[in-house]
Write a protein of this length. Structure first.
Length: 405
């Protein structure tokens, strides 16, 4: 008995001295994971880790902001996909419910017809005929509902894609714009030419006494629409007949070498200096990238649009080339660079937010000009009989059709 007691005490002392085994690698990994998640805000108020079941979070040195942005984008994409799946599931369920209702009605009609045929003692051939008609009708009905359901799903997906952050590409519109651009009449943009000419006159350096635009061409390469995004209408907006959206446009071209086939949009300007020397300059637009905000008001009568409001969201990025009628781009020379920069800034500022331009789209689609400096209401003839003390006189007599003041 005593021996048994001694052994028991001995075993108990060993059990007290024995320490539990700890998996050091697992513990370190768990501590590192919890520390990382707390640093990046992955632990909620109940100390539960989020998002671990859906995606793996990479570890970056000093990259918690990058990780949070990536996680937010993933969650947004997951939420959007889940919303699309729920919408599609709802439509499929409604489609099958409609088919089940039609099938129930068909079964009732067949039952009634069979009862009538049996009651009046008609032949069995009538039942086969009715069953054949019912089966063919059911097959055609299912096919029609399936096509309608597919069309509805494609329409919903297309509308959601149009409102995504990236917008929707419109390659078909780019192709159509390229075909129209080649035959577009630049006269419709006569107002834009007048704006450029006025801006050149205001921004010309002191050595330039007069400027004139002799030619205005839009080139053969159309600008490209990168994407279009339709903005959701706010609940506070009462006018439902306005389509609001944003579009990103871009254009790139090389300076022409005298060939019409690759000529970008350009103007041919004549600059008169203080020594009565006339310098011809060909100014080309070689690059443009801009984001445009548009509001288009629609109507029920042709041409189904009445007015449009357009504005650059930010000041556009552009590139120009200047050639004095020789195959050399002198746009980077300081005197030409500053002159063209001031001119383009003066013009583009009139279209950059918060400023905008209102266009009568109905009048434009009917063939009238897009931009107008003035609205002509008549013609007035003025005869100048005598002039004295003119500050800028055309001694050479080249510009007899101009009066400089």
């Amino acid at each position: 008995m005593a021996s048994h007691t001694i052994v028991s005490n001995k075993n108990n002392s060993k059990a007290k001295d024995k320490k539990p085994r700890v998996n050091s690698s697992s513990s370190d990994k768990t501590l590192f994971t919890e520390e990382f998640e707390m640093q990046n805000g992955i632990v909620n108020s109940n100390d539960q880790r989020l998002g671990k079941e859906h995606f793996h979070i990479p570890t970056f040195a000093n990259g918690s902001k990058h990780t949070n942005n990536k996680r937010n984008k993933s969650l947004e994409q997951h939420t959007e996909d889940q919303s699309n799946n729920d919408r599609t599931s709802t439509q499929i369920t409604q489609g099958f419910q409609h088919i089940n209702n039609e099938l129930t009605l068909l079964f009732c009609m067949i039952s009634i017809a069979s009862y009538i045929i049996g009651y009046f003692g008609f032949t069995f051939a009538w039942i086969i005929f009715i069953l054949y008609q019912a089966v063919v009708w059911y097959i055609n009905m299912v096919k029609d509902n399936t096509e309608r359901l597919r069309w509805e799903i494609r329409r919903e997906i297309a509308e959601e894609k149009l409102k995504m952050n990236e917008g929707e590409t419109v390659e078909w519109l780019n192709y159509l714009l390229q075909q129209v651009w080649r035959i577009f009449d630049p006269v419709l943009l006569l107002g834009l030419r007048d704006m450029i000419e006025d801006a050149m006159s205001r921004c010309a350096p002191a050595i330039v006494r007069a400027t004139d635009i002799g030619e205005f061409e839009i080139g053969v390469i159309a600008p490209r629409i990168e994407n279009i995004k339709i903005l959701a209408r706010r609940e506070t907006e009462d006018d439902e007949d306005v389509v609001v959206g944003e579009a990103t446009i871009s254009f790139r071209a090389k300076s022409s070498t005298g060939k019409i086939s690759d000529s970008p949009p350009h103007i041919l300007a004549w600059i008169k200096t203080g020594i009565s020397a006339i310098i011809p300059l060909k100014v080309e637009l070689t690059g443009l990238k801009a984001s445009v905000h548009f509001e288009i008001k629609i109507t029920g009568s042709t041409p189904f649009v009445t007015a449009g409001r357009f504005s650059f969201l930010n000041f556009p990025d552009y590139g120009v080339g200047v050639m004095p009628l020789i195959p050399m781009n002198v746009a980077q020379f300081p005197i030409f660079k500053q002159f063209m920069r001031n001119t383009l800034h003066t013009v583009l500022e009139e279209f950059t937010y918060p400023k905008y331009i209102d266009v009568d789209l109905a009048q434009f689609l009917e063939g009238d000009g897009l931009l107008h400096d003035t609205q002509a209401i008549g013609i007035m003839k003025v005869d100048v009989l005598q002039a004295k003390d003119l500050k800028k006189v055309d001694v050479s007599g080249i510009y007899k059709h101009h009066i400089y003041h």
